[in-house]
Design a protein around this ligand. Sequence first.
Ligand SMILES: Nc1ncnc2c1ncn2[C@@H]1O[C@H](COP(=O)(O)OP(=O)(O)OP(=O)(O)O)[C@@H](O)[C@H]1O
Length: 333
Amino acid sequence: MTSVHALPPVIAAHDLTKTYTFHQQRAGLGGALKSLVRRTYETRLAVDRVTFDIGRGEVVGLLGPNGAGKTTTLKMLSGLLYTTSGDLQVLGHTPSARKHEYLRRIALVMGQKTMLWWDVPAMESLLLHKDMYGLSTTEFDRNVSELADLLEVGHLLNVQVRKTSLGERMKLELMAALVHGPEILFLDEPTIGLDVVAKARVRSFLADVNRLRGTTILITSHDMDDIEALCSRVMIIDHGRLQYDGGLDELVRTARPRKLVRATYAAPVDVGQLDGVTDVEVSGTTVELEADRDRAGAVMEQLTRLGPLVDLDVADADIEDIMRDLFQRRSSL
Ligand SMILES: Nc1ncnc2c1ncn2[C@@H]1O[C@H](COP(=O)(O)OP(=O)(O)OP(=O)(O)O)[C@@H](O)[C@H]1O
C-alpha cells in the first residue's frame, strides 16, 4: 500500500485517526429544552487508522464518496484539526501545533470557502499575505507577476472581489494561496461549480505549479477529469479507511481489466463468429463489445475481417464509471 520514495516523504501519516464528538440536538422546542438539561453526545469515527507517505513533488488525488473522511484528512494535514490518535508529520512538523514555520510552507484551498476579503480588491488580501508571511517586496512582486501571468488574472487584481465571477474568484483564491510559495498545496474540491473552460484553466495551472515549482499537491475532487488530468497516484478512502493507494492506471486495470471496443461498419455485419469477447451489442452498423486487455489486438483483427470498417475505437473504462461501481459496491456491503 505504501509507495517507495528515494527521498524522505514530505507527508508521513501512520494510523491517522479522527473521531468527532458532538452534541446531539433533539428536534423541536421540547427537544431543545431537554437538550439543555441533559446533553447527549455522539461520536463519529471520520478517519480510521489511515497510513500513507507522500513524496516531494507528487500530485495525489484523495477520492471517496460523500462523508468518506477526505476533508477531515486535509484539515488534519493542514493543522486545522487535532488528530485523535496516530502519528502525523508534514515537512517534519506536527501540523496541529500550527507553528508559523510550518504554516509558511503549506497552503489549503477549499473550493467552498474563501480566504479573500469580499469588499476589497484581491490585491489587498495579497498584501496582507505578504505581511503575514514576511515576504520581501522583490519576492512578492515576482510571485504576483508569475502567478498573475499563469492564471491570466492581472486585470482582476484591483477589482473588488465581490464583482468577480466564480471562476475568476477561484483563480484569485489560488493566487492568494500560492503567493507565499508553499511547498505543499492542499486542495479541497478546487473546481467545484466552475464551468468547463474555467475547470480546464485551473487544472493546467495546477499542473504548471507542480512542474515549475515542484509543489506537492494533495487534491480531493468529485470531478474525475481533475484527477485524470493531474494525478498519477490516487488514494481511495471510504468510511474513514484507506481502501486503495496506488497508480490511477493500475486502478483502472484492476477494476476493469477489459477494454471497450466500438466498431462502425459501412453495412450491418454478422458478429456470431467473434471469439474472446463479452457484452456484444449491435445497433444498426455499430458493434460495441468488451475484450480482455491482452486479447484486444486479436479481437480488433477479427473485427477488421467482418466487413468494411468506417470507424474503430478502443478505450479504457471511464474512471467515473469505475468510481461509481466501487462506491456503490461498498455502500451496499
Ligand atoms: N465537525 C464535525 N462534527 C461531527 N461530524 C463531522 C464533522 N465534520 C465532518 N463530520 C463527519 O465526519 C465524516 C467525514 O466527513 P468529511 O467532511 O471528512 O467527508 P468528505 O469525504 O470530505 O465528504 P464530502 O465528499 O461530502 O465533502 C462524515 O460522517 C461527517 O458527517
